[in-house]
Write a protein that binds this ligand. Sequence first.
Ligand code: KG4
Ligand code: ZN
Length: 340
Amino acid sequence: MKEQNIYILGIESSCDDTAASVIHNGKILSNVVATQKIHEEFGGVVPELASRAHQQNIVPVVHQALKKANITKEQLHAVAFTRGPGLMGSLLVGTSFAKSLAYGLNIPLIDVNHMQAHILAHFIDEEGFDKPPFPFLAMTISGGHTQIVRVDSYFDMTVIGETIDDAVGEAFDKSGKILGLGYPAGPEIDKRAKLGNPKAFKFTKPKVDGLNFSFSGFKTAVLYFIQREVKANPNFIEENLNDICASIQYTIIGILIDKLKLATKETGISHIAIGGGVSANSGIRQALKDGEQKFGWTTYVPKFEFTTDNAAMIAIVGYLKFLEEDFAEQDVVASARLKI
Ligand code: KG4
Ligand code: ZN
C-alpha cells in the first residue's frame, strides 16, 4: 500500500527524554524533546524520577508536537510508540499514553523498537543528508547502547556486535565523573580533547573477541590511573585535564574504529551509518571521515536532532510500518529488553 498523505505521531519515552514528533509521509513536521534535567545532580539517570517526569511531560510534549506540525489529533493516521528496550517505568508511560490515544481516535497503534529506530532515523527525508544504501553497517553509540548492526533492509537487521557491559557513552560519562566533570561528561571531554595531547597517557584497550565491546574495564583503568597519579601529585587532574581527556577520547575512538574495521572486513560491507548521542563526538566524526580515505568507507551521520534520543526516529519507523500495515494490538506490552 502506498498512500500519499499520511500523518503519524511518534512518541518516545524509553529513558530520560520525553519526546513527540509528527511525520508527514517521510518528512518531519515537528520534533519536540523535553530533556529531564533532574538527573544531572545525581550523575546518572534515576529510573523512578524519570518515569515521574515522563508523566508530567507527556501531555504538553504531544500537544506541542501537534501544534508545531499545525495539525489536529483528528488528522492523525496512526500513533507509533517506543515499546523497548529501555527503563520499564519510563516505557510504560509512553506505551499507555499511545494506546489510549490510538484507541480514543480509533486509529492504528504501531509499536517501535528503539534500536531499530536509531538506525532508521537515517531514512528521514532531510535536505543535505544522504540515505545509506542496503546493505550497510549501523553503529549505534550512546549513553545506553553500543551496537554494530548489519542492515539488509528496513526490517531485516542482525546485531553482529554489542557491548557486554557498559555502553560507550558511559565510558565517557564515568571517566568524566572520576575527573570531577559534570554529567553527562561526553561533550566536555570532547571540548577539552581538542586542546590536549591524545598520546600523553596510554590506556590499554580491552581485549574482547569478535565484534563485541567492553567498557567497564576501561573505566576502572582510568580510575586506578587517576588515583595513582593524584597520590603522587594532588594537582595532577587540574594540571593535565586536557591531556587526560584527549587520551581517554583517543583510546575510546580506537576501540570503536578497530571494531568497525573488523566488521567491514568480515561482512565486506563498507557503507557505515552511525547514530546515538556519542556520534556527536568530533573525534569520532573525524576518524570516520579519515576512514573514507584510508579504508574506502562511505559514512553516514544523521542530522544531530535525529541522532540523540528523539521521537522523529519513532515516527519514521511508524511511517514505514504503516505502509506495510504492520500494526500492534491494544494488548501489546512494553518490553525493557526488547531485541532487534
Ligand atoms: O543518545 P543520547 O542523547 O541518550 C542516550 O544515552 O540514549 O546519548 C547521550 C550520551 C551521553 O553519554 C553523552 O555523554 C554522550 O552521549 N555524548 C557525547 C558527546 N555528546 C553527547 N560523548 C562524547 N562526545 C560528545 N560530543
Ligand atoms: Zn537511544
